[in-house]
Design a protein around this ligand. Sequence first.
Ligand SMILES: N[C@@H](CCC[C@H](N)C(=O)O)C(=O)O
Length: 283
Amino acid sequence: MKIPFIKMHGLGNNYIYLDLFKQEVEEELLSDLAIKVSDVNTGIGSDGLILIHPSDKAEVGMRIFNKDGSEGMSCGNGLRCTAKYAYEYGIVKEPIFHIETKAGLVEAEVDVQDNVVNEIKIDMGPPILSRHEIPMIGDSSEKVVNETFLVGENEHKITAVSMGNPHVVLFVEDINHAPLYELGPVIEKDERFPEGVNVEFIEVVNDNEINFRVWERGSGVTQACGTGACAAVVAATLNNKVTKNQEITVHLQGGDLKIKWDDRNHVWMTGGAEVIATGSFHY
Ligand SMILES: N[C@@H](CCC[C@H](N)C(=O)O)C(=O)O
């Protein structure tokens, strides 16, 4: 079977995208297909698979599968790439439209010059802060802010935020020494997070800037995570390290995102998206 695809990235967070407006792929194949296309040696090489699909709730829908074949609920970088594709390939005609994800609807606005989408702003909606909704095991339904979290005998301080998908944020002094590979995979699979968790390390540079690294649930280290950058700004605000309702530049490994948690409790993400290649995957 030959499956037409487009490969796109948002700040280096790269996925194989399938346009389900033009083709059908059986549901039972999707998890395995994500694993196969992501393999850098025997596949195309990517952080996972994203489906751009017709929706009865919005102009366009998006589903994300991680590298290990697990399905995520949302993907910030994937949303910007989906928005770019939807506009440039004529699925939508207006610059403001909605995208359906498993976590709900988001609003996208594309900035277009000469029919090319340069920048995309997404209203990611309100962050979810109650422990049970993240979900994280524990007695109270309070927010998880600067909570002591034991890994073996070592104490860490965590803040947990869901942007439709679960994130845990840890503050570090120096981003270049963040224990990504040591703590990332351990916290991702910790039993206190029944659905697993994405793990972010952030260094607050000043009131307007954050340095960021991520270990993603189901994909490991990636160059960027859009929902993670939103969670990072929410966590930094909850810990009084940045001010609410102002735009924060998040420096990810693959580039910068502008994130704002506004007074209406919505998180806004603004950044770019790029096409890498098109082709057919032989499955
Ligand atoms: N890279 C994404 C998030 C992808 C899903 C995540 N790994 C999960 O399982 O929740 C982003 O840009 O947000």
